[in-house]
Design a protein around this ligand. Structure first.
Ligand code: C5P
Length: 397
């Protein structure tokens, strides 16, 4: 295996107990052919020594903003020509600094001065991960284009259990290798829908569902990472827009259909991930409905099927549908694929995917069914993109 042959990776190690996993990660990177420059913060050096990384990478380890080794300005030169900076572990403090553009040691300064992608593998106590300050910083980092790998949920070194565990070295290696894969959708224009829709009943109430939008946003990110030009029509969700993705916010199914139709021209691929409400109230009532009556009857009318309409066009792009079922997944997903005349359907059981961080999906196409390993939604999204690439012809424009 030489997936990262000749790629230079800057591996940042900040001060968390998960730093011990960074040693294994350095080993995996070197084994796959990468040249690894380790930058160790003062905190990181409390957990693992520079000598460990030096022995594993065969290269000098960088610890001080004022170190030069053979380089003039390490904080600039280290990232020039590098494929990526991966910081593992990325502590809460480190992420707070980078989110605010602070530059008070070599690793933070290098992140600010970098001209290559930044990947962060957060590692911290679950309370630290959940705090509003960390949430804000994570949202900001993602909005600024950083890619977050994990964290995982589970038992923590502090003895508590929750989200904040750093991913394992192998998982980080796999994620980086996928991230650095060739831009297999370069030149392709992709349109996606994501999230729920909200069908107004009156000015304050409406019909909606528990779709979080995460799977659709992850797919938009994966398409963008693969080099596609991506537009995402999003129902009402508060997720950050993936880097490089053009987002159009909508509320109802009818608005979503209009936005899709307006953005469809010239698209090569349409991926409908949104959990579109099948029905909407026959009339949206202008004023708030007052309580008092013993009961009420809602009259609903069917919404258009956005995906089926797009797939039925004579100039239809390559259409991908989602089938979230509560039972008989293969049967129902395949029936949906045939009814809507789709080359590819991504099926999952609602109990596995809706609203959560992870998913378990099976792909259905003319060749049969292809179960993917369970994983977080971004990993699965990248696999789905690989499958779409294998089913579509390369861009020749
Ligand atoms: O038929 P069902 O609603 O289960 O199909 C799900 C697939 O169809 C998803 O890809 C979803 O985004 C799409 N869909 C749509 N418009 C609708 C209903 C579903 O685009 N009104």
């Amino acid at each position: 295996m030489a997936e990262l042959n000749d790629k230079r990776i800057v591996l940042g190690v900040s001060g968390g107990i998960a730093a011990y996993k960074a040693a294994e990660l350095a080993r995996l990177l070197v084994k796959s052919g990468a040249v690894v420059d380790v930058v160790l913060t003062a905190g990181g050096a409390h957990f693992v020594t520079a000598a460990t990384f030096q022995a594993l990478t065969g290269r000098p380890v960088w610890t001080d903003l004022w170190d030069t080794h053979d380089r003039g300005m390490a904080h600039i030169d280290l990232t020039r020509g590098a494929a990526a900076v991966l910081v593992a572990p990325a502590t809460a403090d480190f992420m707070a600094k980078v989110a605010h553009g602070a530059a008070d040691d070599l690793l933070t300064t290098l992140c600010l001065a970098r001209d290559c992608p930044l990947l962060l593998a957060p590692a911290m106590n679950r309370e630290m991960w959940d705090k509003p300050a960390t949430r804000r910083n994570v949202t900001q980092l993602a909005a600024d284009g950083a890619t977050l790998l994990g964290p995982a949920k589970g038992e923590q070194a502090c003895g508590e259990t929750g989200a904040g565990r750093m991913l394992e070295a192998q998982q980080l290696f796999d994620a980086l290798a996928t991230f650095l894969q060739p831009k297999r959708l370069a030149g392709r224009r992709v349109l996606l829908t994501a999230g729920p829709t909200f069908e107004a009943l009156d000015p304050v109430r409406g019909l909606t569902n528990s779709s979080s939008g995460r799977m659709g946003f992850a797919l938009a990110q994966a398409c963008s990472e693969a080099g596609a030009d991506v537009t995402l029509v999003a129902g009402p969700v508060a997720l950050p827009t993936p880097a490089g993705v053009l987002r159009i916010d909508v509320t109802s199914a009818l608005e979503m259909r209009d936005a899709v139709n307006s953005a469809l021209a010239g698209r090569h691929i349409f991926i409908a991930v949104a959990a579109v409400a099948d029905y909407r109230p026959a009339q949206a009532i202008e004023h708030k409905i007052k309580k008092g009556a013993a009961g009420m009857t809602l009259e609903l009318v069917a919404n258009p099927d956005i995906l089926a309409e797009v797939a039925a066009r004579p100039d239809a792009p390559f259409c991908v549908g989602f089938a979230a079922e509560s039972q008989k997944l293969p049967e129902f997903a395949e029936a949906k694929r045939r009814a809507k005349k789709l080359p590819l359907v991504v099926g999952n059981l609602v109990q596995d995917g809706l609203g959560g961080d992870s998913n378990v999906v099976t792909l259905f196409d003319d060749a049969g069914s292809h179960p993917l390993p369970p994983g977080d939604k971004l990993t699965i999204a990248r696999e789905i993109v690989n499958h779409i690439v294998s089913m579509t012809s390369p861009c020749t424009e």
